[in-house]
Design a protein around this ligand. Structure first.
Ligand SMILES: N[C@@H](CCC(=O)N[C@@H](CS)C(=O)NCC(=O)O)C(=O)O
Length: 209
């Protein structure tokens, strides 16, 4: 069985969404990303991943896969018939990778990471200054389009939805982008995505954030 190391409402939520949308059962290990302890047995998360960051997906052969973009594509490719990623070699596969990189570098690492991780106010302010442009790019793309790539939900939608859910906590109100408000509401109508978010919102109350 696949195993996912995660922290509630962190970027690893996108991997939980992908697993649940794919209907893949997995074992979930909650990691305290501040102390680097795996909560169930107080073991050292550094021994799971030298990066000390979630998500980590443990594959059936014991290999560990990190980096959201890779983990999400791996999960999607386990159930190609669901179209959670366009198939390798299709033109839209590059569009998927384009969005995974964009969310990962321009929204996640450029804004959410400094906002929630750094104590330095200047770094947070600099991140806030840049984020509007990136979010506007996603908003414009989604005006009149149901999904980021093609005509169906992909793992990139799960990743973007996670990032949009956190923007408000970082002090950026998405109400200024109606297409995104509408998009997040539609995504949350998906039973599996909603269930994944609900699970992590509940777990978040049990950990230090
Ligand atoms: N490049 C990684 C970033 C992963 C990441 O930043 N994870 C955060 C949670 S959202 C984390 O575990 N941070 C703990 C740390 O960096 O020490 C990815 O795309 O998955």
């Amino acid at each position: 069985m696949l195993q996912l190391y995660f922290f509630p409402m962190a970027c690893s939520l996108a991997s939980r969404i992908a697993l649940m949308e794919a209907g893949i059962e997995a074992r979930y290990h909650l990691v305290d990303i501040w102390t680097k302890k795996v909560l169930e047995d107080d073991s050292d998360f550094w021994t799971v991943s030298a990066k000390g960051a979630v998500p980590v997906l443990v594959l059936d052969n014991g290999e560990r896969l990190t980096e959201s973009a890779a983990v999400l594509q791996y999960i999607a490719d386990l159930k190609p018939e669901l179209g959670l990623a366009p198939r390798p070699g299709e033109r839209d596969r590059y569009r998927l990778q384009e969005w995974l990189s964009f969310v990962g570098s321009e929204i996640h690492k450029a804004f959410l990471f400094p906002t929630f991780w750094y104590s330095d106010d200047a770094a947070k302010a600099a991140a806030r200054e840049r984020i509007g442009k990136s979010v506007s790019i996603a908003a414009e793309h989604l005006a009149g389009r149901p999904y980021l790539v093609g005509e169906r939900f992909t793992v990139a939608d799960g990743y973007l939805t996670w990032s949009l859910l956190l923007l408000g906590r970082g002090g950026v109100d998405i109400a200024q982008w109606p297409s995104l408000v509408n998009y997040v509401a539609r995504m949350q109508e998906r039973p599996q995505l909603k269930a994944a978010v609900d699970i992590e919102m509940r777990l978040r109350k049990t950990v230090r954030v």
